[in-house]
Ligand binder design. Structure first.
Ligand code: TMP
Length: 256
């Protein structure tokens, strides 16, 4: 593709370009990894390709069960075509097992199963470090309407149920994850749809047997082996076959 494209926005891990038709956007997945509000940065070759594939897979499955998303189709190794939406400025976090900021905030040991799944809202604002907020703040400041919150809650519960089962089937615990929603304008109608991405960048995924981390905590906590972990997730989901190693990963000796 050598024609110049209009760049709409560049985030920490993705670039958005104007799509080929009005109301569409091309999402480009970069190899950049950031943590702690971009205080820690690195380029991890191969991450963008894997996140594009994994997110495509999950969004397609969710579309198939009737959950509305912005996803249209994957275009190439690093890009996907999505519907243009107005992002609702909330990071919706679902937690099944205590970990990360919640374990720290409430003094819980990481790995403690929660009595039930917990949904949290953070206000999406990098300058403020995405602070945790209550539903009260969301409606009082008009970040989302009560109807949108209802839609978000019911879709989030469905997404958690579906994804927990999907990962359990391949020996992975869905510890927690973050999702974002958007407003899709269709004529004079507005619909709330799942947007952004779902990938090991935005989930905590632990191997059932070994408890090994298969997500971005490998980068946040300097554990190494991030691409190999994301690749393992992709392989178990059946979207990378054994003889399709990524160019960045060195060939391994396979014992017969
Ligand atoms: P936390 O425990 O650090 O609050 O993270 C909860 C979940 O949200 C975890 O699966 C990682 C994901 N997450 C993001 O996707 N983006 C972020 O900026 C942060 C802080 C967390």
């Amino acid at each position: 593709m050598n024609q110049r494209r209009t760049r709409i926005y560049e985030g920490k891990a993705k670039i958005l370009y104007e799509g080929p038709e009005p109301g569409t956007i091309v999402v480009h997945f970069k190899d950049d990894a950031t943590a702690f509000n971009a205080q820690k940065k690195a380029v991890i070759e191969g991450k963008g390709v894997l996140n594009n594939r994994i997110s495509e897979f999950i969004f397609t499955q969710l579309n198939d069960i009737g959950l509305p998303t912005h996803f249209i189709r994957r275009l190439n190794m690093r890009e996907q075509l999505v519907r243009e939406v107005e992002i609702i400025p909330l990071e919706v976090i679902v937690r099944n097992i205590a970990a990360g900021s919640m374990a720290k905030r409430l003094g819980l040991e990481e790995g403690t199963p929660l009595p039930r799944s917990i949904i949290e809202f953070c206000y999406k604002n990098d300058e403020l470090g995405d602070p945790l907020v209550a539903e009260e703040h969301v409606t009082a400041f008009g970040w989302a309407t009560p109807q949108e919150i209802d839609d978000i809650m019911s879709m989030t519960i469905r997404i958690n149920d579906f994804m927990s089962g999907m990962f359990a089937a391949i020996g992975i615990k869905l510890v927690d994850f973050k999702i974002e929603f958007g407003r899709l304008y269709e004529g004079d109608m507005v619909r709330t749809v799942l947007a952004d991405e779902i990938s090991p960048d935005s989930c905590r995924l632990w191997d059932f047997k070994t408890q090994e981390k298969l997500d971005k905590d490998r980068f946040r906590r300097d554990l190494g082996g991030l691409v190999e972990a994301y690749q393992e997730v992709a392989r178990r989901l059946g979207i990378l076959n054994e003889n399709e190693p990524l160019p960045t990963v060195k060939p391994k000796l396979v014992k017969s």
